[in-house]
Design a protein around this ligand. Structure first.
Ligand SMILES: [Cu+2]
Length: 131
């Protein structure tokens, strides 16, 4: 039997770790805003263009970022689709992602800024239509 006081300490430690882990990626990058757009609309099964606009706290374009995209669906047995975004003008990044099934998608967006900071966003693309 584990003393309940020990459990409480363990729980407190765990909570501290979780909070620290959650705060870490955002502290240096919380000022970064990401605008996200999918075209054409409505989104249908097949390749679509994703446009991301990244700006800093003073609304200046964030250039030189590396952006990896992973499109997933929530159900089992579905392979993710991947893309890498290219910067087409300062702070504007384009990628082509192949939505190969109708339904709700989430785009895991992993951004590495020129300074090395990493941030991650989950972008929802709901209701991709069947062709
Ligand atoms: Cu699917």
């Amino acid at each position: 039997m584990i003393p309940s006081s020990l459990l409480a300490v363990a729980a407190a430690l765990f909570l501290t770790i979780v909070v620290a882990a959650c705060n870490k990626p955002t502290e240096s990058s919380s000022a970064v805003t990401i605008e996200f757009e999918v075209t054409p609309q409505p989104v249908r099964v097949g390749p679509a263009t994703l446009t991301l606009r990244i700006a800093d706290a003073s609304r200046q374009p964030v250039t030189g970022a590396s952006i990896a995209l992973e499109g997933i669906m929530s159900h089992a047995g579905m392979s993710p689709v991947f893309a890498h975004a290219k910067e087409t003008e300062p702070g504007r990044y384009l990628a082509t992602l192949d939505f190969n099934m109708a339904g709700d998608w989430t785009i895991l967006t992993r951004i590495t800024l020129a300074g090395g900071q990493k941030l991650e966003r989950h972008l929802d693309v709901k209701g991709v239509r069947a062709n």
